[in-house]
Design a protein around this ligand. Structure first.
Ligand code: CA
Length: 233
């Protein structure tokens, strides 16, 4: 299923959540404070994060802001205290995808989380996505059309280029494996034969040229795949 990071300083709650989500088939990594969460986020890839806002060392809000600059598309479910209306608003503004108020039922957590992960799952992301670039022009993707723009300028993309770019953008800051791309290509209507790793190199090269001047970099992560590095000023 999914690989989840659970950041919660309350030992009992963290253990209970971990056990529950592991039982639901997820791979769970627990973290007890904000600093530990940051270390884990820098070294491992996660499909989603459950983040308590009241954390020692580095606050949940700080972790959230920090995380959004690096992993703009990573699903984050925020946990807030009962009366934390202010927290909820701040959390959503800082980039949380959804929130739960303590105490919550395990069924509700499961439902919210499933919805988040479903929205983020390959191949489709609904609606549109935007990420900052080094120039003033943002990179914007609209999956319903599908089309991409760099600033006001529409990018001319083939179906495969679109599939590759949308995969990289929706997982910006995370490694996308060759297998991820190839299986995504298989799900799309073809552009003729030849969808192997060599073809992938060619498409990566083409995309890099189309993103030229944006400051966005498609990094080759040796042995793992490719990563779009979002621009975080
Ligand atoms: Ca707490």
């Amino acid at each position: 299923m999914s690989s989840l990071l659970i950041v919660e300083d309350d030992d009992l709650l963290r253990d209970a959540l971990s056990a529950q989500l592991a039982q639901a088939g997820h791979t769970v990594t627990p973290a007890a404070d904000g600093a530990q969460a940051q270390t884990l986020l820098e070294s491992s890839r996660f499909d989603g994060v459950i983040l308590d806002l009241g954390l020692p060392k580095v606050s949940g809000m700080e972790v959230l802001r920090w995380l959004r600059k690096r992993l703009p598309a990573l699903p984050v479910l925020v946990l807030t205290a009962r009366d934390g209306v202010e927290d909820r608003v701040q959390g959503l503004n800082a980039g949380a995808d959804d929130y739960l108020t303590k105490p919550f039922s395990t069924a509700e957590l499961q439902a919210r989380l499933d919805a988040l992960l479903r929205r983020a799952r390959l191949p489709a992301f609904g609606g549109s996505l935007e990420i900052a670039t080094a120039s003033a022009a943002r990179l914007r993707l609209d999956a319903t059309l599908p089309m991409a723009w760099l600033g006001d300028e529409a990018l001319e993309l083939t179906q495969r280029e679109w599939a590759l770019l949308s995969l990289l953008v929706s997982h910006a800051g995370q490694v996308v494996s060759r297998e991820d791309v190839l299986s995504r290509w298989q799900a799309e209507p073809g552009e003729g034969a030849g969808g192997g790793s060599n073809a992938l190199e060619v498409y990566i090269h083409r995309l890099r040229r189309k993103l030229d001047g944006s400051g966005l970099n498609i990094r080759n992560v040796r042995g793992l795949g490719y990563m779009l590095e979002p621009f975080a000023p």
